[in-house]
Design a protein. Sequence first.
Length: 469
Amino acid sequence: ILAGSGSLASALGSAVVKAAMALSGIALAGRFALNPLFKTVAAANSQEAFLGMILLTALGMSFLTEGLGLSNTLGAFLAGVCLSETKYRYQVEADIAPFRGILLGLFFVTVGFEIDVRLIANNLPVVSAIVAGILGLKAGILTLLSRAFGLSPPTAIRTGLILSQGGEFAFVAFGLARSLGILDPPTTKMLLTSVSLTMALTPFLDEMGGKFAKKMEEGTDFTHYMGADQDATEITTDEASDFVVVVGYGVVGKVVCDLLDRKLIKYVGMECDPKKAIQARNKGLPVFYGDVGRTEVAEAFNVGKAKAVIVTISDKAEATRAVIALRRMYPDKPIFARATDADHAQRLQSTLDVAAMVPILPEDNILLTLPFGGAVLRSLGAPPEEVNYILAEKRRELLSGKELEKYEEEAVLAQLGVEKPEEDGDDEEASDNEDEPKPVGEKKESAGNIKLYGEVKASSSKTAPAGEE
């Protein structure tokens, strides 16, 4: 017994030393070596070399951990962590995007192959118990942890259900246990089948969690929609001024809030239309019913502690009233406002000292919010390259399923204020319709002025650089 315990202790000690060596070496390499290496490769302006460097990093760390007696999957995971900490993480993500989709598909195909239908039929009670145990145990633990970290009950339950499936490291752990003789092949097959079934049930659990959370949200009283519940007080009662107030949750407000979410910036939305506020709250979003122009409402939402206020109201009179009230209550607060035309923007900038912007695209096109949201993120201190990447991803998301090749060029040119030249075949038709009145939605803005930190730019008279859309 003593000999066996000594052997076990020495094996554990050796494993700990190897793991410490691997983790420390990878951490040092990721912090001090990767950035200079990628800088040198990027200077060559070769996409092949850049992609080769990414693959070399992943494979090298995988071989390193495998050589130290650890899992090569762990090395690949740590390589991804190190790459995500470099200054070139957005270019890395863009370059590996096609491979990511293919490899994810291949992974889930192999997961499907692990499901043995005959084994499930012959051992249905045992497999059902294992699947229910995994889902129930993980869902319960994650729900309790979510509540401990301050999430609301509906959000905590939905989080627990979404993340309750078995992880991909189960395949690595069970495969290693089988190769070492710890688990026999039939037991390993049953465990892998059970884990695969939990992954297959994830879409169903996600849908069920969303419906359950929605019913819980709808069952609360109206204080849930007026900012008197836990979700609002956790943000607005915090002494730190690290949240943003978004006034108006229309077309522009929705995408601005989405961009703030992508940058992990906390925000509180305020909407005077109760239907919009209820719909947003039922989705778990921090958007509440209230008129920011009233002093007691602004104080209840702790607007004075906010980093900035973003007014996205489409109505000219209501937007002006909200900006005037906010400027009267908070003379030094940074305010970004959406203007309806160039004259409105000029008056807001000159008389109320706010950063105003006129959308270029028509109201029914969500793409109009991207320049406004990008300007807000940059003004809140986000790095320009990160803002450009977020805007590009959001634009690609909006244009997906809408004949991307046909509409992307027109959308980008419209955001930059550049009129696309007419085709030769359309000249005659255009001249015939020259005297006909144009619909309001096709009216072209003539001068959309943008003021950010005291600088005024004519967004339609001059073409902005592509990186500052």
